[in-house]
Design a protein around this ligand. Sequence first.
Ligand code: NAD
Ligand code: IPM
Ligand code: MN
Length: 350
Amino acid sequence: MPLIAVLPGDGIGPEVTTQARRVLEALDLGLQFEEAPVGGAGYLAAGRPLPPDTLALAKRANAVLFGAIGDPRFEALDRHLRPEAALLGIRRELGLFANIRPASLFPGLEDASPLKPEVVANLDIVIVRELTGDVYFGEKGRRTNVEGLRQGFDVMTYNEAEVERIAKVGFEMAKRRKKKLCSVDKANVLETSQLWRDVVNEMSTDYPEIELTHMYVDNAAMQLVRRPTAFDVIVTGNLFGDILSDQASMCAGSIGMLPSASLRAWSGDNGMYEPIHGSAPDIAGQGKANPCAAILSAALLLRHSLSDEASAQRIEKAVGAALAKGARTADLGGSLSTTEMGDAVLRELA
Ligand code: NAD
Ligand code: IPM
Ligand code: MN
């Protein structure tokens, strides 16, 4: 019986994860669920954001269903005690270097995006974000400079093996789609990016069928608003991917719509699945959060960790059908509560 570790986390994390779990349970796949605290909840329960029992559960499970972490009450703590440390810790400990963030516009949601309907119609792109390197995991700290000024630093670094394995995910993803890969970097300024670009170019000879382009991240941010549908697969580093995926979410109507899969191989067990959004302290506890990103993350879990494509598609179709009938949370311009939106998806699943 596959074991799913459920880590709801903070803020709206538990609210949206509850709906994702309801959907998984409704499919009656014989999954076993085990829940554990993480983030601010982990700190409150065990004095640290990633309690050892929680990490052990995540390692032992076939897949992790993650909510969101982050709590303003803990922002003043040492970095290693803050909720975010738990998320970075799991990604690192499980070796989840490949973060797949699909951004698709469900038909009928054209009006939910602040962009013109004709700009976002038929959007179907995937951002492949590197997740265990870059400025996130380089040396960081504080020091006093020669002028006696306080200085902060975070080292941006990638080695060629790290670039190669994420680029491979990008190429393989493009191969299964429209065969267009756009590698996003800042090679005009950053040496890390020049290495990234060199490695991606070297690999392209193994993928003659893929149309590879390179784009600077500032231009990519602009093109995502100008003509997002021109992209197919974007592959990029940890920081750029973080920023561009939040931006891409608004092409899909709301940040409450974007799921993600964090993997350590092209496909395989032990992945982690979470919405791209955070704990949304501004709406937490109000039952307003859109659970679609979490529900769609559960679909990715079935697809990538349990090789159950049919059930993944059932969930995706049910979300599409609920939206097509006008089910909308506030972020999409509607008035359904988190639970009511979950109900609407469950009705379509039945
Ligand atoms: P956020 O994603 O939590 O919220 C940004 C905005 O989007 C807010 O206005 C919020 O209300 C809205 N929003 C987010 N998810 C929504 C949903 N499902 N439905 C409707 N509206 C939604 O980003 P933030 O405010 O910058 O960060 C808040 C906290 O979350 C911070 O502590 C941050 O570190 C953390 N965070 C965690 C994750 C994660 O767990 N993966 C991701 C991003 C941010
Ligand atoms: C995300 C979040 C995280 C990140 C934070 C909370 C560490 O923004 O998952 O997108 O930057 O990766
Ligand atoms: Mn983010």
